[in-house]
Design a protein around this ligand. Structure first.
Ligand SMILES: Nc1ncnc2c1ncn2[C@@H]1O[C@H](COP(=O)(O)OP(=O)(O)O)[C@@H](O)[C@H]1O
Ligand SMILES: [Mg+2]
Length: 227
């Protein structure tokens, strides 16, 4: 049995295919991420980090190639199956928090659990515990607008982990924060990831942050190279 939580084979993706402005963003990506492994995806802006993470997280489909999550080949699977796997096995963190503005921090972490069939009481207990782990238990009742940028992003981390995913994908998770805050918030994310034994792919163009992960891979001209 494969120990790989994520396996990408031969992934290609172009935008505006066939048009004069065609961009071949991914040109044959192979990547294996093992259980508990934390991988840094490093590349400059425009290199295709978001495209790759969206494909790995089943938010987008490749033109060719295979995406396997926890050993399940997602090729040709319908929306329902993809949504089910995404909801239960994958956590996604965006550069901007994308929290629902009219709900509290706690509710933002409860909602994905309710969608996954968890009872309200259990979902609230888990949400509160996650907020505690990222050091903002006392902000549970605040709406996103009443939180600092770093606090908003901590809530987004909790939401991504709410359903106990096996794979975490983070797209420049501290890219919107000032350098000091970014360091603290990143440390909170790493504590959370290490404490859970999660596998993760974290995109960043910060080499100091990348150095704290198990392995660094670089996206160069549409292909992955190990650093
Ligand atoms: N929906 C789209 N339509 C056309 N081009 C796109 C689209 N999304 C991204 N691109 C282009 O693909 C390239 C890679 O983008 P992206 O994956 O967002 O890179 P990164 O996250 O590394 O900054 C860029 O040149 C970008 O302009
Ligand atoms: Mg991006």
């Amino acid at each position: 049995m494969s120990e790989n939580v994520l396996r990408l084979s031969g992934i290609t993706k172009a935008y505006n295919r066939g048009a004069p402005n065609e961009v071949n963003v991914l040109r044959g990506i192979d990547l294996d991420v093992g259980t508990g492994e934390v991988v840094a995806l490093v590349a400059p802006s425009g290199a295709g980090k978001s495209t790759l993470l969206h494909i790995a997280g089943l938010l987008d489909t490749p033109d060719a190639g295979k995406v396997e999550i926890t050993g399940q080949d997602m090729t040709g699977r319908g929306d329902r199956k993809r949504t089910r796997v995404r909801r239960s096995d994958v956590g996604f963190i965006y550069q901007f928090h994308h929290l629902l503005p009219e709900f509290s921090a706690l509710e933002n972490i409860v909602l994905p659990q309710l969608a996954n069939g968890v009872s309200k009481a259990a979902a609230e207990a888990r949400a509160q515990e996650l907020l505690d782990r990222v050091g903002i238990a006392d902000r549970a009742d605040h709406r996103p607008a009443a939180l600092s940028g770093g606090e908003q992003q901590r809530v987004a981390f909790c939401r991504a982990l709410a359903n106990g995913p096996k794979l975490l994908l983070a797209d420049e998770p501290t890219g919107n924060l000032d350098p000091g805050t970014s360091d603290q918030v990143f440390a909170a994310l790493m504590d959370l990831v290490r404490g859970t034994g999660l596998s993760a792919v974290i995109a960043t163009h910060n080499l100091d942050l990348a150095a704290r992960m198990d392995r660094q891979i670089r996206l160069d001209a549409g292909q992955l190279v190990a650093d």
